[in-house]
Design a binder for this molecule. Structure first.
Ligand code: NDP
Length: 285
């Protein structure tokens, strides 16, 4: 039976350290600050934003929320971002996605100063990740890497198969594994023989968004399985992209859903905000 990789426990440990480092910075008169911008009424986005605010408060990080009406114009939103770029109390700016259709998402993300882009979505930060000199790494894939690190998984020379090639998970996590000297295969909806690709992996990272599509029997004996997927089935149940029960038969270690990658994402947002504040304080490059 596979060992569980407990994202909740790893996240709690990291958040303790983040809170301690935050106090140290505050003693030096630098309070880490995060601005969260929410446009519109999307209920899921509202929940995410309030979770982010609570997590900031628990870590001692100052946070400010800008709730804008759905009909806010693109120009108004860009104006707010420019003001936040110049605000000395703010180390990180997060614009909750998705944005209403009349607003150009890339224009918004490109207006955020790369030095405050704690989500790591600005093309400058994407480029820095590609070239192996990251400034801010996107939160979900970065959380995956921290989980692997805490679990003691050495990636050097390993075969990593990433299923999914989105800009927010699949592609960046593949680049991060490459930077750790893994041999990386990226699979997607047009990949032939997905089961064989998965079967060749020492580490499988699933970011597809399809409930339990990766079958337990595809997993190589002793592999590590990281399931980023969050899929709602029925009224209340959440499942990942991997058939958890089946995969437990073969994997050496696996993340549960919920309680796996999920708690790491907000943790890495706090981590990046703290990192930005440490840069403001001249403590790190
Ligand atoms: P996207 O929908 O942007 O990307 C899904 C990827 O899966 C695409 O690259 C797509 O391929 C690929 N795919 C779809 N169907 C198949 C298939 N049958 N076989 C192989 N590949 C397939 O999703 P995200 O990357 O944004 O999210 C992925 C999952 O992770 C979702 O469940 C999401 O909820 C979850 N998530 C969880 C987070 C967390 O904090 N825990 C944060 C972010 C996401 P193609 O490119 O060819 O279309």
């Amino acid at each position: 039976m596979a060992e569980l990789i407990d994202g909740k426990a790893i996240a709690a440990k990291m958040r303790e350290q983040i809170a301690a480092d935050t106090q140290e910075l505050i003693a030096k008169k630098v309070t880490p600050g995060l601005a969260v911008v929410l446009v519109g009424e999307d209920p899921a986005s509202r929940v995410y934003v309030s979770m982010k605010e609570k997590a900031c408060a628990a870590a001692g990080i100052y946070s400010v929320e800008h709730k804008l009406a759905t009909e806010t114009s693109e120009a108004e939103l860009l104006e707010l971002i420019v003001a936040l770029n110049e605000d000395e109390k703010i180390d990180g700016i997060l614009v909750q996605l998705p944005l209403p259709d009349h607003i150009d998402e890339s224009k918004v993300l490109e207006t955020i100063s790369p030095a405050k882009d704690v989500d790591g979505f600005h093309p400058y930060n994407v480029g820095r990740l590609v070239t192996g000199n990251p400034v801010f790494q996107p939160c979900t894939p970065y959380g995956v890497m921290k989980m692997l690190e805490y679990t003691g998984v050495e990636l050097k020379g390993k075969e990593v198969v990433v299923v999914g090639r989105s800009n927010i998970v699949g592609k960046p996590v593949a680049l991060m594994c490459l930077a750790e000297h893994a041999t990386v295969t990226i699979c997607h909806s047009r990949t032939a023989d997905l089961s064989q690709k998965v079967a060749s992996a020492d580490v499988v990272i699933a970011a597809v968004g399809r409930p339990e599509m990766i079958k337990g029997e595809w997993i190589k004996k002793g592999a590590i399985v990281i399931d980023v997927g969050v899929n709602r089935v029925g009224e209340k149940k959440l499942v990942g992209d991997v058939d958890f029960a089946g995969a437990c038969e073969n994997a050496a270690a696996i993340t549960p859903v919920p309680g796996g990658v999920g708690p790491m994402t907000i943790t890495m947002l706090l981590y990046n905000t703290l990192l930005s504040a440490k840069r403001r304080a001249g403590m790190v490059d």
